[in-house]
Design a protein around this ligand. Structure first.
Ligand SMILES: Cc1cc2nc3c(=O)[nH]c(=O)nc-3n(C[C@H](O)[C@H](O)[C@H](O)COP(=O)(O)OP(=O)(O)OC[C@H]3O[C@@H](n4cnc5c(N)ncnc54)[C@H](O)[C@@H]3O)c2cc1C
Length: 402
């Protein structure tokens, strides 16, 4: 059988495209996933937070997708029984510079159509989070926490019920194109399609390069590690507590998230992973590590003194629990080393351009009978429904001309 569209990668982006394409009825679609379980990588190893869009520049794709995505995902989760906690988030300022930044964030939120409230002192902060410390905080009630694995499985279930075929345990190894047919060699056999959608996350750049697309972009994998609060200390955090973000840095600092299963996780930090799926700080994939270290864009990214300092700090937090706890104590001073136990880790597929530019916006490019999602970094989970719908519109327009 030849499919109209083959989607490589069964994370939230691939499954969202499958879900939206399936609604069109007119196409034969399949999803090819190398793991036996969907959502085994970024989509199942994240904080699960719906970021309502106060933290992104007005007019950007990120702001648009995050704001719409939060609303759409809440509706989707409610309609499909996906666990979600709508608890809101507090972004805490610990000095006057951060306080000024909160005002900017609030203006940005208003422009993006996101409701926020500025809490002027610790007393107001304590009305929401009695154990948090800070000079001021921005409260955003729209933020929520979802079970991201259950969400992806639900999307995939909907797509499958509408006729999409799922091949799991099927790693795409090569793609050959003959006329208007892609012959996709996988670890379980060959699958043919007219169109290919590359949503392979940590390996999306490799597949894109194989198909002649996006040569100036490479994934640099950044691991994010989490601790969790021991059950008897979970009462210290009611909802989500974030530090004020530094606009010059790509990742949010260590924060607290009360998840939909009631666990309170702390993290993630951001350290260079020594392999695209090296989830422990003792794991290496030597070929992948050498490829990253041999990439000129990586060194250009780390050329500034600030990035080097931040990189070393993050590394320190990875190997020394006390350094991690110290960062977390800035937000909740009562916590101690004994309250933290190691939890899971995720790895961000961060795209870097050859000139050292770290790409912050969602990025996709079209190739011959194909679409390649090169960058779907955070808030990629939050954005997955509108992003998938947007990609689907483009794919359908491209299919018309094949
Ligand atoms: C630590 C961390 C915290 C985050 N926190 C948040 C958050 O709180 N809120 C938020 O909105 N976003 C968050 N994100 C971002 C979000 O998780 C990602 O943007 C999103 O999951 C990306 O989804 P994806 O489908 O593109 O990639 P993935 O989920 O990685 O899916 C790609 C899939 O492709 C498969 N694949 C790869 N190569 C092949 C191949 N050759 N053949 C077949 N299959 C292949 C992989 O196995 C994988 O399942 C976080 C990410 C991380 C890492």
């Amino acid at each position: 059988m030849k499919y109209d569209v083959a989607i490589v990668g069964g994370g939230c982006v691939g499954c969202s495209v499958a879900y939206h394409l399936a609604r069109e009825m007119a196409f034969d679609v399949c999803v090819i996933e190398k793991e036996h379980q969907l959502a085994s990588h970024q989509s199942g190893r994240n904080s699960g937070v719906l970021h309502p869009g106060f933290n992104y520049p007005p007019g950007s794709l990120k702001a648009r997708f995050a704001t719409a995505g939060t609303k759409q995902m809440k509706e989707y989760c409610a309609a499909n029984g996906v666990p979600i906690e709508e608890l809101g988030v507090l972004v805490v300022a610990t000095d006057s510079e951060e306080r000024a930044r909160l005002t900017e964030l609030q203006e940005q939120a208003t422009e993006n159509g996101v409701e926020t409230e500025l809490l002027e002192n610790e007393r107001e902060i304590h009305e929401h989070e009695p154990h948090a410390a800070g000079e001021a905080a921005l409260y955003c009630p729209e933020a929520a926490s979802v079970d991201s694995q259950k969400y992806v499985h639900s999307l995939a279930g909907d797509a499958e019920n509408a006729g999409v075929d799922f091949y799991t345990g099927a790693e795409v190894q090569a793609v050959k194109t003959n006329g208007n047919t892609h012959r996709i060699s996988t670890s379980i056999g060959t699958i043919s399609s007219t169109y290919l959608v590359n949503t392979a996350g940590l390996y999306a750049d490799k597949l894109a390069h194989q198909m002649g697309v996006g040569h100036e972009y490479h994934v640099v994998p950044f691991r994010g590690e989490y601790y969790e609060l021991v059950p008897e200390k979970r009462h210290l955090v009611n909802s989500m507590i974030y530090p004020t973000p530094d606009p010059e840095l790509p990742f949010l600092g260590v924060h607290y998230t009360r998840r939909s299963d009631d666990k309170v996780i702390i993290g993630p930090n951001a350290v260079l992973a020594f392999g695209r799926e090296a989830y422990k700080n003792t794991q290496f994939d030597i070929t992948e590590l050498l490829t990253t270290l041999g990439y000129s864009g990586f060194w250009r990214l780390f050329m500034s003194e600030k990035m080097i300092r931040v990189g070393l700090n993050e590394l320190h937090k990875s190997y020394r629990k006390s350094a991690f706890v110290k960062a977390a104590k800035d937000l909740v001073p009562e916590v101690t080393d004994d309250d933290f136990q190691r939890s899971y880790a995720g790895i961000r597929a961060q795209i870097v351009r050859d000139d050292g530019q770290l790409i912050k916006e969602p990025l996709f490019e079209h190739g011959p009978q194909s679409t390649h999602v090169l960058n779907a970094v955070s808030p990629g989970l939050t954005s997955s429904l509108p992003f998938g719908a947007h990609l689907t519109d483009e794919i359908i327009a491209n299919l018309d001309s094949v």
